[in-house]
Design a protein around this ligand. Structure first.
Ligand code: 3HC
Length: 678
């Protein structure tokens, strides 16, 4: 097998080049090739400096994650990096694309780092439930200081080349397209000088002088890190960089890394990494499915959902025509969009010029005819089959024959909607999640007749607008809401049997969800879909609306809210629920948190199993992708299906049986075989 590493002599400089597509992951053959190349450069008396660079789309994007959990094959990455750093001939990393994880650690082991202006650098290991494992937690703080290193190591977000230069992670920015030449010149300029080694740096003394920076960091990011093991380990490792000599710090990093690697959280997060990428692939789609051009998008409805949907395309530079029935609603909708963009600009997420550019791509209209030249139209109107069919029939008349027509419905039958058109092959569901400009998930609903090229185009488009897509077949509620309805059903039953609604919410919070079902109701507004007749009360929710308890916006819903939006359970609501339970003849009893958790989550797993069995989802991982990105299922458990496999499908079945809840044949069979969902 030819090595992915080759060397090129440029006079007295040895250029070491990696060519390991797609992302130059640091697998065994790359590590071995690097070790050989460095040895070659050291042994050759005519070589006075070395440059390490990569071909293809990126510098090393990290260790090869597919090797994790397998028997390690030498040389190890830490050993290769020590070899690089020990060289007394200067070694320069020439970075383009993304130097991530082990790739960033390669750069840290080099004596100098130069990068293309578009490059990004980072240590995203925490996103895989890990910390850097090749001395990154020890070299980085010594090079840039503990304070600058902490967010990189513990939060895992990459930084731009410019930011990297500012904190001292880079020595120089290369010209726009002259990285190779600039790196060579840079290497030559360092020949004969003593080499600086990150492991010998002293910038980490900031953490020794001011240990409060660790507590401040924890306090500031506590919420984002809640429930995750890796960020705390990352903070400990950075702290160790200030407290211990390099070799001992590396040992500490190793221990922390090894502990995380064998833990469930990292397994779950690595599962998610591959599940997200697998979800983009559609098994029965011909590889040559042609992509259709989407140069202009139409959105029907300028309400919260339609406006949010439109913003995705505007932000990606795609012009949008947005249609409403009344001028007032149209004006209100576009004003909200501008306000949302301006709020992003205030938070520094975009510039004022970008706000103007995005809004300049928007064409508000009251005329269906203005949608004539759109390549895709997404409907986000009221959830009613007749209304949707009318809209689709009209769209079929006014749009060009090649246009794709999509519905944002969250549970209606796409196949039935498609019958209102003469082009059912060009109809599909694009189910966004609220707030649609923020939430990552896009459920792409494939109708019975949806054409392959239409589906492939939707998947590609999802990526372009920064969404994580998963394909669902047609069934009420698709993957996400179908499973949600099982959880909500149990939540409603539990409070009738005597469980307190705050215990129900707290169980999910403790599990790692950002909020529970009753908090979510309060946030969304309990009056959504309410008939507005306070005398007609048949459900707890209607009773709350009748009492003016519309949710957070009214200062009271299931909970009472103070001015800081802190919630307290309400006696009034307790009484309303007790009254309903008494009228329905439900005996009241103490319900423990274990029962609550089992009854909320196990039926979701059962429903997920049915969704798999019915081939509504292509694979279990797709269901995990939906729940993690659309509903806040904690990623450190891997999503509902992965989580069920980690606790044992037999445990789930036994729990459902114990509570007298339905168990599908598919789940029972899988559990009986001691299996997982694959
Ligand atoms: N190992 C193995 N495979 C990897 C990989 C890695 N580190 N990174 C990406 N891939 C694979 C993907 O699975 C995908 O495979 P597929 O085509 O078969 O689905 C392919 O490479 C392309 O990846 P993307 O679709 O994600 O390509 P993008 O261009 O969208 O993104 C990227 C590129 C930003 C590099 C992104 O792939 C990424 O973030 N990769 C992971 C980076 C990372 O987490 N690095 C740290 C690894 S852990 C580590 O280094 C430990 C060390 O400290 C010891």
């Amino acid at each position: 097998m030819t090595s992915p590493i080759r060397t090129e002599r440029e006079g007295n400089v040895l250029v070491i080049v990696s060519d390991n597509p797609p992302v130059n992951a640091l697998g065994q053959s790359v590590r071995a090739g690097l070790a050989d190349a460095i040895a070659q450069g050291l042994a050759d008396a005519d070589i006075e400096a070395m440059v390490i660079r990569c071909d293809g789309q990126t510098f090393f994007a990290g260790a090869d994650i597919t090797e994790f959990g397998k028997t390690p094959q030498g040389p190890s990455l830490p050993a290769v990096l020590d070899q690089i750093e020990a060289s007394d001939k200067p070694v320069v990393a020439a970075i383009h694309g993304t130097a991530l994880g082990g790739g960033c650690e390669v750069a840290l082991a080099c004596h100098y780092r130069i990068a293309a202006p578009t490059a990004k650098l980072g240590l995203p290991e925490v996103k895989l439930g890990l910390i850097p494992g090749a001395a990154g937690t020890q070299r980085l703080p010594r090079l840039v200081g503990a304070k600058a290193a902490l967010p990189l190591v513990a939060l895992g977000n990459p930084i731009s080349a410019r930011e990297a230069l500012d904190i001292g992670l880079l020595d120089q920015l290369a010209g726009g397209d002259s990285l190779a030449a600039d790196a060579l010149a840079f290497a030559r300029s360092k020949i004969g000088l003593p080499v600086p080694r990150a492991s010998e740096g002293t910038a980490n003394h900031d953490g020794v002088r001011d240990p409060a920076i660790f507590d401040e960091f924890r306090a500031k990011h506590g919420r984002a890190m809640r429930g995750f093991d890796a960020p705390n380990a990352a903070i400990s490792a950075v702290r160790a960089a200030g407290e211990m000599p390099f070799a001992e710090g590396v040992k500490r990093e190793r221990e922390l890394f090894a502990g995380l690697m064998t833990g469930t959280q990292s397994k779950a997060m690595r599962h998610y990494f591959f599940a997200e990428r697998a979800a983009q692939k559609i098994a029965d789609l011909p590889a040559n499915a042609q992509l259709l051009p989407i140069a202009k998008v139409g959105v029907i409805g300028a309400g919260t959902m339609g406006g949010g949907i439109a913003m995705n395309f505007l932000s990606a530079g795609i012009p949008v025509t947005i249609l409403e029935m009344q001028q007032e609603a149209l004006d209100r909708g576009t004003a909200v969009m501008r306000r949302n963009y301006e709020a992003s600009a205030k938070r520094g997420r975009m510039s004022d010029a970008q706000v103007d550019t995005a809004m300049s791509l928007l064409t508000p209209t009251l005329e269906y005819g203005d949608l004539a030249n759109c390549d895709l139209v997404i409907e986000a109107v009221y959830e009613n089959m007749e209304v949707k069919k009318q809209v689709f029939a009209r769209l079929d008349e006014v749009t060009k024959p090649s246009a794709i027509l999509a519905s944002n419905t969250s549970y209606l039958n796409i196949d039935e909607i498609a019958t209102a058109t003469q082009r059912p092959g060009q109809v599909l569901g694009l189910h966004f999640f609220s707030p649609a400009n923020v939430m990552k998930l896009l459920e792409v609903v494939r109708g019975a007749q949806t054409r392959s090229d239409v589906l492939a185009t939707a998947m590609k488009l999802a990526r372009k607008i920064g969404k994580v897509a998963a394909v669902s077949g047609v069934c009420p509620g698709f993957i996400g809401n179908r499973m949600l309805s099982k959880r909500q059903g149990q939540a409603n039953k539990l409070i009738m049997e005597g469980a307190s609604y705050w215990d129900v919410d707290d169980v999910l919070l403790e599990f790692g969800f950002p909020m529970g079902p009753f908090q979510m109701g309060d946030l969304a507004g309990l009056d959504i879909g309410w008939h507005r007749d306070p005398t007609k009360v048949t459900t707890v929710r209607e009773a709350l609306c009748a009492a003016g308890r519309f949710g957070q916006k009214a200062g009271k819903g299931f909970y009472d809210y103070d001015s800081a939006r802190q919630r307290t359970p309400s006696d009034e609501v307790r009484a309303i629920i007790a009254d309903f339970a008494a009228k329905a003849g439900h005996a009241q009893r103490e319900v423990g948190k274990d029962e609550i958790r089992e009854r909320l989550l196990y039926p979701m797993v059962n429903e997920g199993a049915m969704i798999l069995d019915e081939k509504i989802a292509q694979r279990a991982g797709d269901i995990d992708v939906v729940w993690i990105n659309g509903y806040g299922w904690p990623i450190h458990t891997g999503g509902p299906m992965f989580w069920a496999s980690t606790i044992g499908l037999d445990t789930v079945v036994a729990g459902l049986d114990k509570h007298g809840l339905p168990v599908s044949n598919y789940l029972r069979e899988r559990a009986g075989e001691g299996g997982t969902f694959g």
